[in-house]
Design a protein around this ligand. Structure first.
Ligand SMILES: NC(=O)c1ccc[n+]([C@@H]2O[C@H](COP(=O)([O-])OP(=O)(O)OC[C@H]3O[C@@H](n4cnc5c(N)ncnc54)[C@H](O)[C@@H]3O)[C@@H](O)[C@H]2O)c1
Length: 258
């Protein structure tokens, strides 16, 4: 896949389950990566990386606040004025009926999953537009196309990033900017153990065959990004649920998880 060779790529949430797959697969494909996360200990291994791609820099950045995101953007700028590709992958989740989720917790979620990715796009889009090229990849979820009961803020953030991405695609496509959204179903990463409020659920009670592996999800996603796909549904369950919500929206209640 030549698409990633020599491309400067900013990746958030690089320490996580999907982020570390993005990092290693994109490096294998010759990408030049700026890796960031609020926790960067696990990224130390990239300091000695030698392979097809390059690590341009590691950034410890907390994007849960406006100030943290501004500091993060200033740190990116020191490494690269405007990356060719931005992958907004960092994210958190929570489970519980909306009224049980403390206000500060869901506001934090909205910042990390929606507002800061918008801030990051707002910062780089003008430079991408004047350069005449760029690719923004926003990691949404199946919860960005169907509601996730017991996850109202998560659903709002992931629908929000989908709608936002669709709008900026229209605004900037004439300036050579591609925008992709990624909509995985449950994938075996730390996010499945997220905070619970007023519910006691265990992801192991869910049919395990439906839970995807991070490796497969990201392999399929990367192929689709290289084809400049707008709307990426990695894995069989995501595709089935997308079809169901189009053909039989009333059946979506069957997937009530919490
Ligand atoms: N795993 C799934 O089931 C699943 C399904 C659909 C969508 N997603 C989305 O995929 C993306 C990656 O999630 P994952 O499954 O790898 O989860 P993960 O918990 O393994 O990784 C998320 C990463 O985001 C980082 N992060 C959290 N708060 C941050 C902050 N304030 N600033 C900077 N970084 C922060 C974490 O440190 C972590 O490394 C998320 O956007 C998530 O919503 C995941």
């Amino acid at each position: 896949m030549k698409y990633f060779e020599g491309k400067s790529i900013l990746l958030t949430g690089a320490s996580g389950g999907l982020g570390s797959e993005f990092a290693s697969q994109l490096l294998d494909l010759g990408g030049h990566l700026i890796l960031s996360d609020v926790k960067i200990e696990s990224l130390d291994r990239y300091k000695t990386y030698s392979g097809a791609g390059k690590v341009l820099g590691l950034i410890a950045g907390d994007i849960s606040t406006k100030e943290g995101t501004e500091r993060f953007l200033a740190d990116v700028k020191k490494i690269h004025p405007c990356p060719d590709m931005i992958i907004n992958n960092a994210g958190i989740a929570q489970a519980g009926p909306f009224g049980s989720v403390p206000l500060d917790r869901w506001e934090k979620l909205m910042n990390i999953n929606l507002i800061s990715p918008m801030r990051i796009c707002h910062y780089f889009l003008p430079d991408m537009a004047s350069r005449g090229s760029g690719h923004i990849v926003n990691v949404s979820s199946v919860a960005g196309i169907v509601p996730m009961p017991g996850g109202a803020p998560y659903t709002a953030s992931k629908h929000g990033i989908k709608g936002f991405s669709d709008a900026i695609r229209m605004d900037y496509q004439k300036q050579g900017i591609h925008v992709s959204t990624v909509h995985p179903f449950f994938t075996r990463t730390a996010i499945l153990q997220s905070e619970r409020f007023g519910v006691n659920i265990d992801i192991n009670d869910y049919p395990q065959f439906m839970i995807e592996s991070p490796d497969n999800v990201i392999r399929e996603t990367i192929k689709a990004i290289a084809q400049k796909t707008d709307f990426i549904l990695p894995g069989p369950t995501a595709k089935v649920l997308d079809l169901m919500r189009r053909l039989a929206p009333g059946m979506m209640g069957l997937f009530k998880l919490f």
